[in-house]
Design a protein around this ligand. Structure first.
Ligand SMILES: [Fe+2]
Ligand SMILES: [Fe+2]
Length: 297
């Protein structure tokens, strides 16, 4: 059954202990707060909750002012345009031969575009959830959101070159079902910045190679450029993981910060791109431990 696509997103706001919200357990308490018009928070809120496809693909630039009276606002799901069909489960990744068909390449890029959309939304969700986090952290989330919007455009352009459009294939809100489990800024950085964005470094390299093999050099180039631009996102994760957690990034400190029951196995590609991860600031020991991790550990 198709889930509702334009259900009003939750606008319930929750208040919590600021210090605990940064690194430890947070207790949510419902409050009635909404951002002031013309602020970054209002822009972020509208971006997450909008159910208009043109707005999701190309919102206006964000304002410059932060809301001085911001309180924690926890959005649990995004607005979804009716043009997007939500699939109950993800589609299987096409194999090498299947990617010779433009339709399958467009479908794969469509999945990646939807990942970028969810990443953009989740950056907004997180800057709204943790108003007491350092300004530089929240500014960084906003800046990453702008990168993700550009990545969406890059994918959309190539999908159109292949003869398709955003909305032409079903989508799956996989990230939105997992990231709201994070109740602290540290957990968010561990899961999204280091876990999912780290895996993206592996995936973009692997699929760029597959697109080349399928004869789509332009599609390969799009993925390589996006992969390069994801490196600073992971570096942002490394920096803030250590800053918020007051401890160096190791495989064990990272695992301890992941919301249960999410496994590191979801957060690596095959093969792992050791060079890209090193450029993002992950140590060789971290990457090796991730590579060797087995679910029975
Ligand atoms: Fe991206
Ligand atoms: Fe990213």
């Amino acid at each position: 059954m198709r889930p509702p696509t334009s259900a009003a997103p939750s606008t319930a706001a929750f208040k919590r202990s600021d210090r605990r919200a940064m690194t430890g357990h947070a207790t949510f308490v419902r409050t009635m707060w909404s951002p002031q018009d013309g602020t970054i928070e209002a822009w972020a809120h509208r971006y997450v909750t909008s159910d208009e496809l043109p707005y999701k693909l190309s919102p206006p630039p964000p304002p410059k002012e932060w809301d001085p009276s911001a309180e924690p606002l926890v959005l649990t799901h995004p607005g979804r345009p009716e043009e997007l069909t939500l699939a109950g489960r993800g589609t299987r990744t096409p194999g090498r031969d299947a990617l010779r068909r433009p339709e399958r390449r467009a479908q794969l890029l469509h999945t990646f575009l939807h990942h970028e959309l969810q990443a953009a939304e989740l950056m907004c969700r997180t800057l709204l959830a943790f108003p007491a986090a350092p300004r530089a952290f929240r500014q960084g989330l906003l800046s990453i959101c702008q990168d993700e919007l550009r990545h969406m455009e890059m994918y959309a352009e190539h999908i159109e070159r292949l003869g398709f459009r955003f909305g032409g294939f079903p989508v799956n809100d996989w990230f939105w079902r997992r990231v709201p489990e994070t109740t602290t800024a540290l957990q968010f950085v561990a899961l999204m910045g280091l876990g999912f964005e780290g895996a993206n470094l592996d995936h973009t390299a692997r699929f760029a190679e597959r697109f080349d093999q399928a004869g789509d050099a332009r599609g390969a180039d799009v993925q390589r450029r996006i992969g390069q631009e994801e490196i600073p996102h992971v570096a942002f994760g490394v920096y803030w993981f250590e800053k918020l957690g007051h401890a160096p990034l190791t495989f064990d400190t990272w695992r301890a910060a992941l919301p249960s029951p999410l496994s590191p196995i979801l957060m690596r590609g095959n093969p792992i791109d050791r060079e890209a991860r090193a450029r993002a600031g992950m140590s060789g020991a971290f990457t090796e431990a991730l590579f060797r991790f087995q679910p029975t550990q």
